[in-house]
Design a protein around this ligand. Sequence first.
Ligand code: ADP
Ligand code: MG
Length: 331
Amino acid sequence: MTDQTKIPLPPSGPSLIERASGSFDFRAVARSPLPDLPPEPNVRPASAARQAAVEVVHETAVAQSADEPAVASAAPVQSMPAPVPFSGPRHRIDRDHLREQCLIEPESAVTGLLEEFRIVKRQLLRTAAASRAGHGPVRGERILIASAHPGEGKTFCAVNLAISIAAEKDNEVLLVDADFAKPSVLSTLGLPGGKGLMDALADPSLAVEDCVIGTDIAGLYVLPAGNATGSDTEFLASARTEQVLARLTAHAPGRIVIFDSPPVLAASPATVLANHVGQTVVIVRADMTGEAALRDAVGLLGACEDIKLLLNGTRFSTTGRRFGTYYGYKE
Ligand SMILES: Nc1ncnc2c1ncn2[C@@H]1O[C@H](COP(=O)(O)OP(=O)(O)O)[C@@H](O)[C@H]1O
Ligand SMILES: [Mg+2]
């Protein structure tokens, strides 16, 4: 592992992704009454939806666990059927393209950004492992990245998290572009277009695994959004969605699925997807996301029983420099 002692970790001050309780009363958000949404098919019991808990992503606990063995480790497989192999095309991801967008570059030196996402992923993987063991939320290996508005960093965080999780020895990650109206995962990673999740939902003869793109980043797979249908939300709410998603992780104990979603307050798919995931990370963009919008967004995602908040784009106050300057963030 690269020498991390040279990296100025931000354990207490504001950082890219920080404990955000100073900005919002998140516990109050958790206590907010949830809106009366019509029940969706394939959802866990309504009582579970009402028990949605909001938790702020925690830095320190994870920092201590940097040398922990990877979680969600593979179970013995002798008697277990093989997972569905991802059979789509395989493409190279241009590292320069990643660098230009301030994304994590696999195989590169440890950076502050990498460290920040290591901290976040550790908590998510711990919850996923607990879920697999029957202690945590149901389907904890499925993680929804959401936020109230566009431009708050959902895709940025989803891609960085996926690259970070792909580096785990015992995990592989499937990054699903679930922003069907404005998909951007493929362009962010510099990957060519192809059929995707919405196509597989709309066409029962299409196997979803044939749509999954492999990459030259070990352990990183991408499922494109596919063609928008005009009935995206209805397809997502159909019984087929759970079958398709279950197929992606069946018999694959180390597989994590990350959904990059559209803004919660601008489009309905995120709310429906919350029914299908065990963890949701709500991105809060520093100096941008209002508290009322955050409350509304969290309320609409209430079907997910484990909601974490992640503050994105803050500055380091200790040095007086913008956080972005520190990490090469272009304004
Ligand atoms: N912490 C960050 N540092 C640098 N750039 C960021 C950061 N968060 C978001 N961005 C940039 O801001 C823009 C909007 O982010 P994006 O992830 O596309 O938002 P969303 O998916 O929520 O609409 C993108 O150009 C992205 O690269
Ligand atoms: Mg996006």
